[in-house]
Design a binder for this molecule. Structure first.
Ligand SMILES: Nc1ncnc2c1ncn2[C@@H]1O[C@H](COP(=O)(O)OP(=O)(O)O)[C@@H](O)[C@H]1O
Ligand SMILES: [Mg+2]
Length: 431
């Protein structure tokens, strides 16, 4: 059952006769046997060798068997090695004490060859099985940890893929739409100025006619009444003016879309961070403004004096978009839970140590519980209902800030009070 070649036994005894007997017996069946003559020497020896079993005499001068056993059970390195006590036949008390000290068994003196071999074999078999099991458990654990790591890597890769695909598809779509709209919008914008001018001239002319020809033919009188000339003359300039305002707004939106989507993001460029934040806010305008059943969200900008930052502008806009969208979601949740407050988002920028810029985006919304804060940057982690949240916004943002820009993204939040996200990135490309 036991392959003695593989197992080693340490004999601790001070009686030469016993030592000789045990040594010959165990060596004779093929075990690897070491012998020491005292408890002190046994402990020393255990720094050098790792036997599979210890045969320990109880009665020894100096440190006795019990103390030796207590010490080797207290040592992490030797505590799992099975110990068999050797004690005098009648000494029941010693046997019990030995077992209490952590011994697995005892052998009675004078030594019986068969008994020694039988007990040694049983305990070595047990020990070997235990070691094997422990190895298997360790292997299992290692395999599980590797699997966990691989899974994390996979999720990261997946997020990356979704991110780049989404970005390029969405970016191209937005850039395409912006480009297509740009021409007609500029065309309308350019012409409306002339339309306003011409209209003014024509209305002037009509007024002159009315002054110099105060009594027109009946057909003209009825036409003037028909078209309500007074009202028309008053309303037409106003109407054209509001069209002009509308076109200007369209032009701003188109510019924001183009800035936001930056499809030329393959290289780092010098970017105006504030412009990126502003175009993001412009695009999110419909979620910020007031509705009949919801107050508007106040935007508090506290912009520092930032230099142009060498970065991937489009990607950073994506980060602003994710964080501000989450802030709006958090504010809406707080509004829905009847919290009485003025919903607001504060955006603060500053230069740190002349090498870094820091952007803080904070809200006074629902806040994030501590146990959830640890998980918000994990891919696919969301607390929002299915179909609303994807759980990749912050994972993507984290990747963009830390991996693409070698910066940091942190979250500070207090439940019921609000949340702050802090982005720190280098002003110059990270070498
Ligand atoms: N400003 C915030 N206020 C409250 N909770 C937030 C805020 N930002 C992030 N969270 C929490 O972090 C989670 C993960 O965010 P995100 O990765 O953007 O995924 P999603 O928005 O799709 O849920 C959210 O589900 C939410 O629980
Ligand atoms: Mg989100």
């Amino acid at each position: 059952m036991i392959n003695p070649q593989k197992n080693s036994i340490l004999v601790v005894d001070d009686t030469p006769n016993n030592i000789r007997l045990l040594f010959d017996l165990l060596r004779g069946v093929g075990f690897n046997v070491s012998v020491v003559k005292s408890g002190e020497l046994a402990l020393e020896k255990l720094h050098l060798i790792q036997p599979d079993l210890i045969l320990l005499d109880v009665m020894m001068p100096g440190m006795d068997g019990f103390e030796t056993c207590r010490r080797l059970k207290a040592d992490e390195k030797s505590k799992d090695i099975p110990v068999i006590f050797m004690t005098v036949l009648s000494d029941i008390e010693s046997k019990v004490k030995g077992l209490q000290m952590g011994a697995v068994d005892y052998i009675t003196k004078p030594i019986q060859i068969e008994e020694v071999l039988a007990r040694v074999n049983v305990h070595l078999a047990l020990r070997n099985t235990q070691v094997q099991l422990m190895n298997e458990v360790t292997e299992h654990r290692e395999a599980e940890m590797k699997l966990q790591e691989t899974l994390k890597e996979l999720q990261k890769a997946q997020t990356h893929l979704i991110q780049s695909e989404k970005m390029s598809a969405l970016g191209q779509l937005v850039a395409g739409v912006a480009h297509e709209i740009n021409n007609p919008v500029n065309f309308i914008g350019g012409n409306i100025i002339h339309a306003i001018e011409y209209t003014k001239n024509l209305l002037n002319l009509i007024q002159l006619y009315q002054e110099y020809y105060p009594n027109p033919v009946p057909e003209i009188i009825s036409e003037i009444e028909e078209i309500e000339l007074d009202y028309l003359s008053d309303d037409l300039p106003k109407l054209l003016h509001s069209m002009e305002v509308g076109v200007q707004r369209l032009q701003e939106i188109v510019l924001s879309l183009r800035l936001f989507s930056r499809t030329d993001d393959s290289k780092m460029k010098l970017v105006d961070i504030h412009q990126g934040i502003d175009s993001t806010l412009m695009i999110l305008g419909h979620r910020i403004k007031e509705y009949p059943d919801r107050p508007g969200i106040e935007i508090i900008k506290n912009y520092g004096n930032l230099p142009l930052v060498e970065c991937y502008g489009g990607r950073l806009n994506q980060v602003f978009m994710n964080i501000i969208t989450n802030a709006i979601d958090g504010l809406e949740q707080a509004i829905n839970s009847q919290k009485i407050f003025t919903p607001s988002i504060a955006i603060q920028t500053e230069v740190l140590d002349s090498d870094w810029v820091k952007i803080r985006i904070s809200d006074n919304g629902c806040g994030i519980p501590v146990e959830i804060q640890k998980r918000i940057f994990e891919p696919f982690f969301t607390t929002k209902p299915i179909g609303t949240g994807t759980g990749i916004g912050l994972a993507i943002s984290y990747q963009i800030v830390t991996e693409k820009h070698h910066g940091s993204l942190e979250c500070v939040s207090e439940l019921g009070e609000g949340s702050e996200f802090r982005i720190t990135i280098p002003i110059k490309r990270y070498q």
